[in-house]
Write a protein that binds this ligand. Structure first.
Ligand code: VGL
Ligand code: ZN
Length: 212
């Protein structure tokens, strides 16, 4: 097996208080990815993290759509999507990366979702799939050819990040035990793994990665 870490980057998605148990949009077991990320990130020549970073009143919040409930779907910037509880509001405790996440290996933190009228699931593009976050240029500028994704949530931000990474031509892997799903709507986790697979995204366990 050639060196998995050569020309590779570790991309950790949205490991923030609001996506962990007790948070505003808690992902079951979300906190369990922290220890795995802490073990993996220092093994890579480059690690980056993303941070969901919404202004108050963001268009993805159910509270911004009178008459709508959390987990309803609605039109946000012309895109059909799920409406969320208020989460990851800029400057709040909920928006902070988890305190037990060892940030030392990370050279870049990309904040996304700051446009009040447009959501941004992917680490690479906002939900219009056109507006870039800058991560592509950063990674390609540093010669990255392969990305390993982990974090939250499998069925939203990890999914969209992995699809974009593959579409952009990165050799794209998801660390199977270092992701957790929102699970809304029912079946979304399984569906996410199927969509990843059909897009050429591959899975690897952290144990296998750490062995290489
Ligand atoms: C996410 C829903 C809303 C995620 C972010 O990080 O997967 N999900 N905002
Ligand atoms: Zn969000």
């Amino acid at each position: 097996m050639p060196d998995r870490f050569a020309e590779a980057a570790f991309v950790l998605v949205d490991v923030q208080n609001d996506f962990c148990p007790g948070g505003a949009l808690a992902v079951p077991g979300g906190d369990e990815v922290v220890a795995i990320a802490n073990a993996l990130a220092p093994r890579f020549p480059l690690s980056v993290a993303t941070q969901d970073w919404h202004p108050a009143g963001h268009a993805s919040f159910a509270s911004s759509h009178p008459g709508s409930a959390v987990y309803d779907s609605a039109d946000v910037g012309g895109i059909r999507q799920v409406l969320w509880p208020d989460h990851c509001v800029q400057g709040t405790k909920g928006a902070e990366l988890r305190a037990d996440l060892d940030l030392r290996p990370y050279r870049l933190v990309i904040r996304k979702g700051a446009n009040p009228g447009l959501d941004s699931y992917s680490a690479f593009f906002e939900n219009d799939r056109i507006t870039p976050t800058g991560l592509r240029g950063y990674l390609q500028g540093l010669g990255v050819k392969r990305v390993y994704l982990a974090g939250l949530a499998t069925d939203y931000c990890v999914l969209f990040s992995s699809l974009d990474a593959a579409r952009l031509g990165f050799d794209t892997w998801v660390v199977s035990d270092a992701v957790r799903a929102v699970g809304v709507p029912a079946g979304s986790e399984k569906a996410a793994f199927q969509v990843m697979e059909s897009a050429g995204v591959r899975l690897v366990s952290s144990a296998e990665l750490l062995r290489s």
